[in-house]
Structure formats: C-alpha cells, structure tokens
Design a protein around this ligand. Structure first.
Ligand code: PLP
Length: 396
C-alpha cells in the first residue's frame, strides 16, 4: 500500500529537494561563509514590542484559546485591513468575517476543504498559478481535486490568466488559488485583475483563495487587494477568502500568526472545519499579533530595507538574467537558463544557496515554466545580501 495515495503524485517539498540536490543533510548547519538565499524567511529582526507582550501574557498558555480568537485580535486585523485598503469600517465585520490562523500555509491548505463538494461534481477542478506556492497543490490533492495549472509567466504578466482556461474545465472548477504579490515572481495585481477574476468566479460559480501574505512588502506601488474590490461589489464578499500573515510583514515567521478574511458564510464554514481539526492560536500569540497588526511603522521600516536591497541587486546584476525590480515581495526571479544546474554551481563554487525555479512549478505539456529560473530571497541584512548577489554575479 502507498501511504497517503492522494499525495503520491506530488514531488518532495522544495526545501528537502534542494538539500538533496546540494548533498546537505537535514538539520545540519550551513558553513559560516555560506549565504542562504533559498528560503523566504525575513531576517530583519522581531519587532521590539513582541517579547514584552509575550512575557506579560505567559500565564495564558495555561488556557485553551477560543477557535475564533479574541475580539482584540480581530479588531486589530480589521483596523489594518481598513487602513491598508481604505475600507470603510462597515465594509467587513471584524467578528463574522475575520478568522485568526497559525500562519497562512495551514490556512490555505485547510480552507480548500470548504469547496470539496463531491456530490456536486465527480472530479472537481482547482485552478493554480504555475509557478506557485507548493501548498496549493497539496491542498488540491487533499480534497481529491484535479489541479489545473495556469501559466503565470512573462507572457501573462506573471499572474495566471484564468479566463483562458478551457470552459469545460471552468465548468468543473470549485476554487482558484491566486498569489499577489506573487511568490516567486513578485507581480502585483491591479484592481482590474481582481475584478475580472471575481466576475469569472461568479460566471462559473467558484471560490477564490487569494494569498496576499506579501501585501505589505512592495517597491513603488502599493498593491491593491481582493477585499477592496469585492467590498465595493458585494458587501458580503461571498466568494472570496483573503489570506494575510505576520511572517513577512512583521518578520515573525516563527510566531505562526495570520488571519483569513472574506465572505461571512465562507468564514463560518472555515471556522466549523477548524472547530473539528484546527489548533486555535495561543492567547499570548494573539496578543502580540494584535499589537503587530496595529503598528505600521515597523512595516514601513521593513519596506525601506527591502528597497535598499533591490537597489543593490539592480546595481550588482544590472540587466543580467532578465533582472527586474520585483513590484512586491522580496524575491528575485532570475532567468539563468537551467535553474537546477546553476543552483548546484552557486553552492559548489560560491557557497550561495538559492532555489531552482523548477521546484516551484509543475511540468505541463512537457514544459516546466520555472526550469530556467532561480529564486533568490533578499531576506538577510543589506551587506550579506549584497555579498550573496556579488558572488552570484561573479560566478555566472
Ligand atoms: C506565497 C506564500 N503563501 C503563504 C506562505 C505561508 O506563510 P505563513 O504560513 O508563514 O503565513 C508563504 C511562505 O513562504 C508564501 O510564500
């Protein structure tokens, strides 16, 4: 018997895959001179107020937290949504339309179950961008859906053009994942992109899982969000779930804290699933997270640090490898010809660890759209990042 047969068709997760490519044992520390640009783990430091809040609330670890979180957390998330997207306070109900989660990865995975409706369709379809955050494929596998990978390449502005999917597939579609600002390409979605997607979802009756965890990391243009568009159109945002995280915005990937906001019925359904199988966010985490969502100054500092590193990349790489300033997020998506081969070379010759683009994409009709690329995470301090980029430029 194959354990977990629904997952049998999926490749190993990108990071173990990269370790085996580079011959690195799991858990082993990298050599001191190595520059790790492979993982999207912000290293700008935890905001100063977090430790004090956690310490003050330690005794709350002695209590089971409620599934729906605390009013203070939901109100802080609501306050951020209103400031960030210019929503009027009544556009979204902080209690019925916002649900805390332990980071967006598990939330994206779990929320797709809302759309698993075997009685409606023999084989539901889930739309995914290609390349994509790998969690989406796992989520589609978990509900037994057929994943349809939609190119998100230079030709489509690095966002999936879902309207080009064949109508017979759209007829069977129950949900679409979309990521903006996108990982790995750094594309941002304008209001017309969101509007078109919502209209398509309405025509074909499917849900949208909008992964917006990089919403607060942007270069020159503040990315629009699906909630500001759906708030204007349907007050109940009935087909929309939007996923937000403190991992990137607040340099807190280890806190495991984010939230999902969207249609009240979808949030209610998600809460019900979590009531059976979710781990509610701990109370001290919710306290610290509420403070982080309420403070925009540290996010602005973060953006400034990322801009400095993108400036450095522009200086060091010039127009090599199809370099473009990422409009959002903190990854460079560089066309190096053969991403896997180059990742190995960069490790062996320069001790720079980057991720082959192929590991973030799926082969469709014999073509893996990520294969020519490497993904380079600008997550370290400026000097170390510039050192890594200089080694890349010198080696290739
Ligand atoms: C596109 C995207 N979505 C979701 C996540 C999950 O982040 P978290 O679970 O830390 O909120 C990540 C993390 O790397 C990501 O890049």
């Amino acid at each position: 018997m194959i354990p977990a047969p629904r997952f049998a068709g999926l490749p190993d997760y990108p990071f173990p895959r990269l370790r085996s490519l580079l011959g690195l044992p799991a858990g082993a520390a990298l050599p001191g001179d190595a520059v790790d640009m492979s993982i999207g783990e912000p290293r700008h430091g935890v905001p100063g107020f977090v430790a004090e809040i956690m310490a003050r609330n330690m005794e709350a670890y002695g209590r089971y937290p409620p599934n729906e979180g605390t009013p203070a957390f939901r109100e802080a998330a609501h306050g951020w949504l209103c400031r960030r997207y210019g929503l009027s306070p009544g556009a979204i109900d902080p209690h019925a339309q916002i649900q805390p989660v332990n980071g967006t990865r598990e939330a994206l995975f779990m929320a797709l179950q809302i759309f698993a409706v075997p009685e409606r369709l023999k084989r539901p379809v889930v739309l995914l961008p290609n390349p994509f955050y790998q969690c989406y494929a796992g989520a589609a596998a978990a509900i037994g859906a057929e994943p349809v990978y939609v190119p998100a390449t230079a030709e489509t502005g690095f966002l999936p053009a879902f309207e080009r999917v064949r109508p017979d597939l759209l007829d069977r579609t129950v949900a679409a994942f979309v990521c903006a600002p996108s990982n790995p390409q750094g594309a941002i979605a304008g209001r017309s992109y969101w509007r078109k997607l919502i209209a398509l979802a309405e025509t074909y009756d499917f849900g949208i899982l909008a992964d917006e965890c990089y919403a607060d990391i942007y270069d020159r243009v503040k990315p629009s969000g699906i909630l500001e568009v759906s708030a204007g159109r349907w007050r109940d945002m009935s087909r929309v779930l939007s996923f937000h995280s403190l991992s990137k915005r607040s340099n807190l990937p280890g806190l495991r804290s984010g939230f999902v906001a969207g249609g009240a019925d979808l949030i209610a359904a998600f809460r019900r699933i979590r009531a059976y199988g979710g781990a509610p966010s701990p109370l001290p985490v919710l306290e610290a997270a509420a403070a982080a969502w309420s403070d925009d100054a540290h996010a602005e500092t973060n953006r400034a640090l990322y801009r400095e590193k993108i400036d450095a990349a522009e200086r060091i790489l010039g127009n090599r490898f199809g370099f473009r300033r990422p409009a959002g997020g903190f990854f460079l998506w560089l066309n190096v010809g053969d991403g896997e081969k180059v990742s190995l070379t960069l490790w062996d010759e320069a001790r720079v660890k980057v991720l082959p683009g192929a590991y973030l994409a799926t082969e469709v009709d014999g073509v893996n759209p990520g294969a020519p690329f490497i993904r380079v995470a600008l997550v370290d301090a400026l000097e170390r990042t510039a050192e890594g980029l200089s080694r890349i430029a010198a080696t290739l």
